[in-house]
Structures are given as C-alpha cells and as structure tokens.
Design a binder for this molecule. Structure first.
Ligand SMILES: [Zn+2]
Length: 175
C-alpha cells in the first residue's frame, strides 16, 4: 500500500487516503546487532529470523496485528516480529505456505512500537496462523498495556494518523 494512494473505498464508495501498513523490516534485536554480527550470527528473510548468541539462539517470525479504527473505514495494520520457541519456529516453518491447519502459538512482541509510553518489547501474544499464505495474526493479551486496550477497544483516526507519523519518523531517524 502506498501512503496517500487514493482509491474508491470498498466500504463507503468515496475516494479517500489509505493508511500505510506499519511494517518493521527486522526484529528489534536484529536491528541492535553490529554489521559484523548481522553477517556472522544472524539469518533473516521476509518471514523468519534467527540470531545465534553464544549462550542462546533466538528465533523470530513475522506476523500481523490489526488495530480497529472506530471512526474510519479501514483498520491500522502492523507488520510485527514475534519471538517464538524453537518448537514453534520449526513447526511453523515446516508448514509455511502449505495451507496448514489453523494453529495458535505463544509468542512475544519483538518490536518497539512508537507512541506507547511503556515499551512494547516482550508483550505476550497469541499467534494465530492463517490459511492461504497469509501471515499469522497476533492477539496481544497483557491487560496492563495501552496496546492491549487499543486492540480491544479500537482507536480513533486521529490516533492512527499520529502513530503512522511517529513510525515514519522512527524509520527516518534510523537511516
Ligand atoms: Zn471509506
């Protein structure tokens, strides 16, 4: 989706701006590695990442999270990396795009989503795999975090646009 792309909305029939998907290209912990470490101890593709530290190996998969916007036609979609166990990683990878049966795994968010006071790193989520080659959807469920309240209650278009702006700034500052 291009930012600012206008199209006839399938919900209301009007032409209006679409929100871009807020996608993180890598897990936070991959981005923190030095260039040399990225070469030597890490592997990354569009959907999988492994980091082999001396004392432990961390495994991540790419997922989506959708936050409902209460006063707009569309929702806010995030592309988010989640750390999972070795067993989950291997099972998910083995079935990847093979139309697996829908399964729920456990994971932890491994991206810092801008515009939240408390860090989003390590938040517990359910990871629901989806049929048809669609990335798994995550459901956050740690009650005390604003992200979970947003997911449960929805947000306003103003909040959504603010998050898009903060995320765009965060990406710019990294480059
Ligand atoms: Zn619309």
């Amino acid at each position: 989706m291009n930012k600012g792309a206008k199209h006839k909305c399938e919900h209301c029939g009007e032409s209006h701006d679409e929100l871009p998907a807020l996608a993180f290209n890598t897990p936070f912990y991959f981005a923190e590695l030095t260039a040399a470490e990225k070469e030597t101890i890490a592997e990354i593709s569009n959907d999988f990442c492994i980091i082999r530290h001396a004392d432990q190996t961390d495994r991540f998969i790419r997922t989506v999270m959708t936050v409902q916007i209460n006063d707009a036609c569309e929702d806010l979609d995030y592309g988010i990396w989640v750390s999972v166990s070795e067993k989950t990683f291997n099972e998910y990878k083995a079935n990847f795009k093979k139309v697996p049966k829908e399964t729920t795994y456990f994971g932890m968010i491994c991206n810092e989503i801008p515009d939240y006071e408390a860090s989003t790193l390590g938040l517990y989520v359910n990871v629901n795999t989806q049929n048809g080659g669609i990335r798994p959807e995550i459901i956050p469920h740690q009650k005390d975090h604003q992200l979970v309240r947003d997911w449960e209650d929805g947000i306003t278009i103003e909040e959504a646009v603010n998050r898009v702006d903060k995320m765009t700034d965060a990406i710019k500052n990294k480059e």
